[in-house]
Structures are given as C-alpha cells and as structure tokens.
Write a protein that binds this ligand. Sequence first.
Ligand code: ARG
Length: 277
Amino acid sequence: MVSVNQERTPRKRTYLMSPPEHFAVEYAINPWMDTETPVDAGLALKQWEGLRETLAGLGHTVHVLPAEPGLPDMVYAANGAFVVDGVAYGARFRHEQRAAEATAHRAFYESGDWGFVAPSETNEGEGDFAYLPRAYGGLILAGYGFRTEPAAHAEAQEVLNRPAVSLRLVDPRFYHLDTALAALDDQRITYFPGAFSVASQKVLAQLFPDAVLADEVDAFAFGLNLVSDGRNVVLNSESTGLAGKLEAAGYTPVLVELGELKKGGGSVKCCVAELRP
Ligand code: ARG
C-alpha cells in the first residue's frame, strides 16, 4: 500500500537522445565492452526507438541529435553535457575515441536557447553528474574515480551556481556515477552503496537518509541507469528486483528492453540527457 505522503508526482521533462546508427563495440574503455562480441545494429536501433517512444508516450519532449559516423558511442547522449537552469556545462571526454562527441553536443546547445560553457576540466557530462533541484535548495552530485576529474566538480559548481558534492567511485564496473546512482525525483535518490568509497557511502547516508538502496544484483543489471520523471521510472527489463523496490516506494516502474546497448556498457540513462530549462 502506498500511503498519501508517498504519492509521486510526475513532471514534464525535456530530453536529448542520439540514435545508435553507427553503434558498435570497436574499442573497450570499460569492463562491459568486449570487441569480440557481435552487436546487432538493427536490434540496437529498434530498442533505442522503443526507449524514445516510451519517453514520448509519457508526455516528455525528446530532441534527437543526429548520429555521426566514426563515433560508435554517441548513442550514450548523457555524456555530452550537464544542463541545469538552462545552462549546459560541456563535456570533455577522458578517452580520445569519444572526444568529438563533445563538439556535436556543443553545436546543439549553441544553436538553441541554451547557455553553453566550455569546460577546462575532464568530465563526462550527466554520466558523472546528477541534479536534485529540491534537495538542500538544489544539489549537484558528482562522481569521480574513473572518468570525470574532481576539478570538474568544482568547475561545475562555479558554472552552475549550485553546491557539488564529490563522490568517489571504486568499482570499475560502475565507472560512471549514473551506473550506480539515480535521481528518482527532485529530492530523492536510489543508489548501490558498494560502488562508492566507504567515506562517500557515509556522505550519501547523511544527505539522503530516505534513499532507495539497491543491491549488487540490481546494479549489475544496470537497474540504476534509469530515467525518472518523478513518478514513472524507466529502467531496463532485466532489473525486476529494483523495479519491485521502486514500486514499494510509490513509483511506477516502466520496463524497456535495451540489451544491445548494454554491450557498450550503458542502458537507459546513458542514452538520455535531461535538458533542464
Ligand atoms: N562505451 C561508453 C563509454 O565507456 C559507455 C558510456 C555510458 N554512458 C553513461 N552515461 N554511463 O564511455
């Protein structure tokens, strides 16, 4: 039974996605990628379309950034920038293979009604940044340890005028913050404690005593790599355990099939950047 104070309110969102038209596993920059495993490009595209339609069907606006040849990871649009209050803090990729994606994202923001700030520090956009507009008056959570440099957390704080809390990731399977932690609504998160250093686990427990805790099975199924509108939580279909926990907490899980994209080390959230006006 969901009590009244657990009733969850959805809010209309604006997202950016990029189709996996050139998706492949041509290099391995995270433990999930294996260049020997074949990728079904047609199926990847079909699954991606399913995700796009699901988000649009929930009433959200989805912008599409055209895929570019030679950028097989561009489908993971979350990495292209981090947008808060209409300002996009641009990405600067750790790996050379993905560097040019930042340019495509930058062009998108500069051609629209968004502010754009070019980064000096290495960071992979929303892959390593999350935003909670109603936690502590507006809080940025920021991951480091594998991709984004802690100096970028400070830079994001300066650019976006919100406090950024640095969290250290310690397990290479969870190399981006968004593989281990997600915002469920404006103030609540879900996360897998084991992906973080002991000190960062304590910080999270202090800031978010009401978090939905995920276990290793949930995290390994990429369950935390989810997109929520405050009530509807879109997550991949393998994450049935986490779906149950979210339902018990008053959210509505919406399962999508995204198995081909997992071969690149990503799932729902990796494919979706949230554009916060
Ligand atoms: N193959 C990509 C990489 O290793 C996957 C990125 C996943 N994106 C994310 N937001 N976690 O960079």
